[in-house]
Structures are given as structure tokens and as C-alpha cells.
Design a protein around this ligand. Structure first.
Ligand SMILES: [Zn+2]
Length: 296
């Protein structure tokens, strides 16, 4: 598993490569970006880079015991914390266990890596419990917090982690003119632009039976990611918005929107995205969404 896996996130690849080479990797990193933009894979690449017996910093050798155990999700120095099935939050007991482990020396590698996948699922108590550990980690201990919702992290957490922004990955399938148009319509509707008055008409023209549900879910993820950037600018953490990624335009848009309204819209769109996954009738669902966005 080499750094080539990070080719779709060149800024992340460059940063990690350079930090590892100079032995200047921050002890706590934040991988922020939309779901499925490769954060988890990047964390595993990082684990191999830190653990590999051959000292191959760019993603490990994939052959030695350390690398193979990372691939098999069985490395004793790689600890991945994520939300359990049937639960919406990462339990504080699990965080306490992580903290206790963080104080121990590595079992077999040169370092140990703790990954919290879905860090927005840590409630306030859990985040507070983590603060001290993130601030003063033992020398060979590293943390990666993965999140698609960095605005849900406490500012005290955000100030202790080095942020790396993952961009949405384009699969190509969503690059049709029809999808582009749908994206623009949904965005203008979500932003409450005057153009949205004609939105309902456009929506009726859409032949939902021709749209792939997976692509539509991706459209929603992109839309949520865009609104989240606006929110991050609005609440004063623009560092997490990728430089050059329509940033200027986003700053202008963010200036005229209310923080509370943005949070509401993000939440509602996320709920609709979940319903899309549950096989709800597309036409009815989108009609309900149109109606709701027009009135919030
Ligand atoms: Zn190796």
C-alpha cells in the first residue's frame, strides 16, 4: 500500500510525505472531508509508513509483518475507534480505553497510531476527556481524527489537531450535464437564491427513474460538503476549507447566510441522504425536499 493511494488527494499526500521525511509529523492530525474521500485509507497508509520494518516512509513495503498486520486489521499498535452498530455516538468508555492505551509503550512497532473514525460522533464529555491526551501525547503516539463534520468538534479539540482537508472524489459517473443541472438547482434552492423560484418547474422535468441512486447520494454528499464549507467559514474556521477550491466564492456566499440556518439545512440534507439510502421513492422524496428547502 503505497502513497500512490493518496494520488487523488495531492495536498494530503505532499504534506504527509514531507512531514514523515523530516520526522516532523504532528502527533494529532485531523482528516476532514466528505464521506468516502479516502480518509480511512490514508490513515492505514500512515500506519504502515510509521510501522514498516523496512523503514519505507511512503506507505510501507506491504510485505513485512508490521505492514501485513495493518492490512489485516490486526496490528496491536493500530487502534481504530468508530461508532458501533446500533449506536449513534462513540461511547465514553471506549474513549477512556483509548486514553489508557495511549499511555502505554508500543507493543511491537516503533510507534502507535490511534484512529478515531467519525470523530463527530464523540459527545462533548468524550471530546473533553480526550483533550489532555491529544495535547501531550507520549513521543511515539500519533492520533488521526477522521470527520466529515469538523464543525461538530469542540474548538479546543480543533486547536490541538493539525487539519488536513480531503476533497470530494469525483467518480466521473456524476459528470453528466443532467447531474450538473440538478446539482446547481439543489444548491440554489438550498442557498435560497432567487433563481430557486423556478426550481419546482425544473424538478418536474427530471426523470427520476433514469437517475442512479448511488450517484444521487453522491450529489447530496457534495452538496452537504459545500454547505459545510460555508458553515466553517461562517464560524471562523476557514482553515478547514481547501484553498483555491472556490474559496472566494464561498466566502462571499457565507457572508450573507445565518449560521443557524446553515446548520439546519445541512442536517435536513443529511436526513434526506439517509432516506435515499433506504430506498424511499425518489420522486416523492425529492418533492418533499423541494418543498421543505423552499420554506426554510
Ligand atoms: Zn513494511
Amino acid at each position: 500500500m503505497s502513497f500512490e493511494l493518496l494520488n487523488r488527494q495531492p495536498q494530503v499526500k505532499e504534506y504527509l510525505g514531507s512531514a514523515l521525511k523530516k520526522s516532523r509529523l504532528p502527533h494529532a492530525l485531523l482528516f476532514a472531508g466528505p464521506a468516502r474521500s479516502g480518509q480511512r485509507e490514508a490513515a492505514l497508509v500512515l500506519a504502515k509508513s510509521l510501522f514498516c520494518e523496512k523503514g519505507i516512509l511512503e506507505g510501507g513495503c506491504d510485505v513485512c509483518v508490521q505492514c501485513r498486520q495493518v492490512s489485516g486489521a490486526a496490528h496491536p499498535d493500530l487502534f481504530i475507534l468508530e461508532v458501533q452498530k446500533d449506536s449513534k455516538v462513540i461511547k465514553i468508555e471506549a474513549v477512556r480505553e483509548l486514553i489508557a492505551r495511549a499511555g502505554l509503550r508500543p507493543f511491537q512497532a516503533r510507534a502507535k497510531l490511534f484512529v478515531i473514525d467519525g470523530a463527530e460522533r464523540l459527545n462533548e464529555d468524550a471530546q473533553n476527556a480526550l483533550l489532555k491526551t491529544l495535547e501531550e501525547p507520549e513521543g511515539s503516539t500519533f492520533f488521526v481524527l477522521i470527520t466529515s463534520s469538523p464543525e461538530r468538534l469542540l474548538s479546543t479539540i480543533r486547536s490541538r489537531v493539525h487539519p488536513l482537508r480531503f476533497l470530494p472524489i469525483e467518480t466521473g459517473a456524476e459528470k453528466s450535464p443532467e447531474i450538473d443541472l440538478l446539482k446547481r438547482r439543489l444548491l440554489s434552492l438550498a442557498l435560497g437564491d432567487s433563481a430557486s423560484a423556478s426550481f419546482g418547474v425544473g424538478m418536474e422535468e427530471t426523470d427520476w427513474s433514469r437517475l442512479d441512486r448511488e450517484i444521487l447520494i453522491k450529489v447530496f454528499e457534495d452538496l452537504i460538503s459545500y454547505l459545510r464549507d460555508l458553515l466553517l467559514i461562517r464560524v471562523g474556521v476557514p482553515d478547514l476549507v481547501a484553498v483555491g477550491h472556490e474559496k472566494l466564492e464561498k466566502e462571499k456566499t457565507a457572508a450573507r447566510l445565518e449560521e443557524g440556518a446553515l446548520r439546519d439545512k445541512i442536517e435536513r440534507l443529511a436526513e434526506f441522504k439517509e432516506k435515499l439510502k433506504e430506498n424511499a421513492n425518489l420522486r416523492l422524496l425529492m418533492a418533499a425536499l423541494t418543498d421543505e428547502l423552499e420554506h426554510t
